[in-house]
Design a protein around this ligand. Structure first.
Ligand code: UD1
Length: 419
């Protein structure tokens, strides 16, 4: 298993090109199950999660070509609508195939994703919504077996789950009649999915608002679509720049997608310049101020930037508070940050971070994707010593060659390959 070695205390400077969004491209790939015609995606990031979704679709019989940043997907009518445990357990987003399979083929067998390090992560909201649309669902040996002809319905989500919203939008596109989803997730990735589906002939209105209306159609076609930029990757590079008293510009982004996050960074004293499709962030040569953050569904502060922000705040002046309301166990990075000298106390879903003068390098272990990014940031901040991060396979799920891109900004970072 690879490790990442970092020697900190270098200010990062320069600009970096942001890749296509992981969380947008995965449902788009699943969305291509809804049509027999070819869908071409541009700006596809080269990530392990994308390879996993590629494998899931390919083993069903979907034809995929992925070269450079282009991906073409064609789903013939004779595929096997089955997603096995071995692949689904690796990535929860695999569950996105359930809605489109059911909508187009009238049946699907998809493994339950199971829990993960950051929480139990049930799929009850997905299943309840699909049942509302008329699906007959039963669980058998760890698999969801669903069948039935879907009909439009009024669905209220108990929580604005991103995955459930996406699964239900996809399922409703081919359902007979009109579906309304109340209290849906409003994340930009949901909007990107709706835009893609509308391009292939779906009739979806209201994505990104409090009610989404989907008028079912009989058949969908093909299209070309460019994946939106990854706001979480952009946020991670911005934090890395600020955390090292640097000056980093992220290019090819949609700044509006990061509005709440950027407001919080300004509140902490960072200097943010926002252009049409770039963000430049600097930390003037002084210590940041402590801030309070609560993670919330979009447009609130994103849970996927919580760990990285915690790393940043370990050296802010005063006491910062982070409340995590999306996942029940998303503070695994806190103990690792403490091993590097941070002062963090956890009380339920709240982290109390007392700013310390500096962090010091240490061997640490990544527990999940965003925790890995937080440990990299902490390693870059460390005033002395080496940080060796193990279990970095989590990182490769959602960041493309991050060590090379950080090195190009001046970081002393390298991957140690181990078989
Ligand atoms: C997506 C993102 C993930 C992000 C999360 C929240 C993808 C591929 N992943 O994950 O990076 O951190 O949104 O912004 O887009 N829940 C239930 N029942 C359900 C569904 C969800 O209780 O049926 C709970 C989950 O356990 C969790 C919370 O709702 O505590 C949020 O989950 P959800 O919005 O569904 O996240 P994902 O779609 O899994």
């Amino acid at each position: 298993m690879d490790k990442i070695l970092i020697r900190g205390n270098n200010s990062l400077r320069g600009s970096v090109q942001i890749r296509g969004s992981k969380n947008a491209v995965l449902p788009l790939m699943a969305g291509a199950l809804l049509t027999e015609e070819t869908c071409t995606l541009h700006n596809v990031p080269c990530l392990h999660d994308v390879f996993t979704m590629d494998k899931i679709l390919t083993q069903m019989g979907v034809e995929i070509e992925f070269t450079g940043r282009f991906m073409t997907i064609r789903t013939p009518s004779n595929i096997v609508p089955y997603a096995p445990y071995d692949l689904v357990r690796k990535m929860r987003a695999s569950f996105f195939v359930l809605g489109p399979l059911l909508a187009r083929f009238g049946k699907a067998k998809v493994s339950l994703p199971g829990g993960c390090a950051i929480g139990t992560r049930p799929v009850d909201i997905h299943l309840k919504g699909l049942e509302k649309l008329g699906a007959k669902i039963h669980l058998e040996n760890g698999y969801v077996i669903a069948q039935g002809k879907l009909r439009g319905a009024e669905i209220y989500l108990d929580f604005p789950s991103v995955g459930a919203t996406e699964n239900l939008i996809m399922a409703s596109t081919l359902a007979e009649g009109v579906t309304k989803i109340y209290n849906p997730a409003q994340e930009p990735e949901v909007v990107d999915l709706a835009n893609f589906l509308n391009k292939i002939g779906a009739k979806i209105r209201g994505a990104g608002t409090e009610v989404i209306t989907i008028e079912g159609v009989k058949q969908l076609g093909g299209c070309e679509h460019t994946v939106i930029p990854d706001r979480i990757e952009a946020g991670t590079f911005i934090i890395a720049g600020i955390a090292t008293n640097g000056d980093v510009q992220v290019n090819s982004v949609i700044p509006e997608h990061l509005a709440t996050f950027l407001t919080k960074l300004s509140e902490a004293g960072a200097e943010i310049e926002i252009g049409k499709n770039y963000i430049r962030a600097k930390s003037p040569n002084r210590i940041l101020k402590s801030i309070s953050i609560t993670t919330l569904p979009y447009p609130g502060f994103p849970t996927d930037l919580q760990a990285q922000t915690m790393a940043l705040l370990t050296c802010a002046e005063g006491t910062s508070i982070i409340k995590e309301t999306i996942f029940e166990n998303r503070f695994l990075h806190a103990a690792e940050l403490c091993r590097m000298g941070a002062d963090i106390k956890l009380e339920g879903n709240t982290a109390i971070i007392k700013g310390v003068e500096c962090l010091k390098g240490a061997p640490v272990m990544a527990s999940d994707l965003r925790a890995s990014a937080a440990l990299i940031i902490a390693g870059l901040m460390a005033k002395e010593g080496e940080t060796i991060i193990s279990r970095v396979y989590h990182l490769d799920r959602g960041y493309e060659r991050i060590e090379e891109r950080l090195a190009s900004l001046g970081a002393t970072i390298q991957r140690i390959r181990e078989d």
